[in-house]
Design a protein around this ligand. Structure first.
Ligand code: ADP
Ligand code: ADP
Length: 216
């Protein structure tokens, strides 16, 4: 049976950071909807241009566009054994679409780690986040600094600060999360798949708590 893990939590909780750890440990692909949109933008596709009009304002990209994109991603052969989903689903409509899509592939969402941290922590994290151009490896100027400033430790590419990580946009993204994504906490709790993870601890400790939850 394939294994699908959905990482849920506000922007800055540490979903991307932990998704990379889990993907490596389990040999599953890390699927980040935000990364796919940014990749499309970099390549100048129509999808990228459309997504950017929402991303730059901290709004969600419309459900139909996002769902079609993720469905296409699932069809790639590397998803055969499952995936670590980061940033998708973000609305109940997306969660329903995910359930239907996985049913088609004979799978289901096995576990939903819900990673939390206080709002002021989220803001500080996003303000200092540095992302790699090549494939979105994540660093923090204080909490997880690269060995060489401005260079990704893993692939040597340039690190940049995301446009939507500036303070005003971050505040709006957190509000959008509360309004549109937080209903998924109850959605997955009612299905018995939610497990709460304290994201306000050092990165290794969060990973440890996640591994414990996954072994159960
Ligand atoms: P998300 O994907 O949930 O938005 P990220 O994984 O991109 O979050 O993390 C946001 C920022 O916070 C990054 O700069 C990352 O290096 C840093 N970070 C992630 N987890 C922790 C942690 N447990 N403690 C301190 N900083 C963290
Ligand atoms: P973060 O790591 O801070 O949580 P992401 O990289 O996941 O941010 O998302 C960046 C932006 O991409 C979002 O603010 C939104 O505009 C768009 N986006 C990403 N995933 C989705 C999704 N599932 N549905 C709609 N919009 C999305």
């Amino acid at each position: 049976m394939p294994t699908y893990i959905v990482l849920l939590g506000p922007p800055g909780a540490g979903k991307g950071t932990q998704a990379k750890v889990l993907a490596q440990k389990f040999g599953l692909p890390h699927i980040s909807s935000g990364d796919i949109f940014r990749e499309n933008l970099k390549n100048g596709t129509e999808l990228g241009k459309l997504a950017q009009t929402f991303m730059s304002k901290g709004e969600l990209v419309p459900d139909d566009v996002t769902i079609a994109m993720i469905r296409e991603r699932f069809e790639r052969p590397d998803c055969e054994n499952g995936a670590i989903l980061d940033g998708f689903p973000r609305t109940p409509t997306q969660a329903d679409a995910l359930e239907n899509a996985l049913a088609d592939f004979g799978g289901r969402v096995n576990l939903v780690p819900y990673i939390t941290a206080p709002e002021e922590v989220l803001i500080e994290r996003l303000a200092g986040r540095w992302t790699c151009r090549a494939i979105g490896h994540i660093f923090h100027e204080k909490f997880n600094p690269p060995q060489q400033p401005g260079r990704c430790d893993l692939d040597g590419s340039e690190l940049y600060q995301r446009d939507d990580d500036k303070a005003e946009t971050v505040k709006h993204r957190i509000q959008v999360y509360l309004d549109q994504t937080s209903p998924l906490i109850e959605y997955y709790r009612s299905r018995g798949t939610l497990v709460e993870i304290n994201g306000f601890q050092p990165i290794e400790q969060v990973s440890g708590q996640l591994m414990t939850a996954l072994k159960r």
